[in-house]
Design a protein around this ligand. Structure first.
Ligand SMILES: [Zn+2]
Length: 116
């Protein structure tokens, strides 16, 4: 746990990259939205994980409805999680994403109005 900060100087910073399950493009992990499938015994459902810290298997998608739709069309989550993902899960994710998008829009608006 104590390592990491001491030898930072020589290591070139590696940016973690993940592939979007919608457009299949590789992007910086932090610019993508994590979708998590919690461990089965936890009884949790597949959902978006904006913090990226929840337990379980993760898949990544661009934070936009377009990519989520593409993923839905191809049932990409089923492939990523290797289990059957019902259509209503995608519907839920779309709702969740819309909420996240609305939130970040609100933040942007606030910042702009502060600047003026
Ligand atoms: Zn994408």
């Amino acid at each position: 746990m104590s390592e990491g900060k001491t030898n930072q100087a020589h290591k070139p910073r590696k940016i973690p990259v993940r592939r979007c399950i919608g457009c299949n493009e590789h992007k910086e992990k932090r610019s993508l939205l994590r979708v998590v499938r919690p461990p089965e015994d936890s009884g949790g459902e597949i959902s978006l994980d904006p913090t990226g810290k929840r337990n379980g298997r993760g898949a990544y998608v661009c934070p936009n409805a377009e990519c989520l739709k593409k993923a839905r069309k191809r049932n990409a989550l089923s492939h990523a999680f290797k289990c059957r993902v019902p259509d209503e899960v995608y519907a839920q994710l779309e709702t969740q994403l819309a909420a996240i998008e609305a939130e970040s829009l609100a933040e942007t608006r606030e910042e702009t109005s502060n600047a003026n």
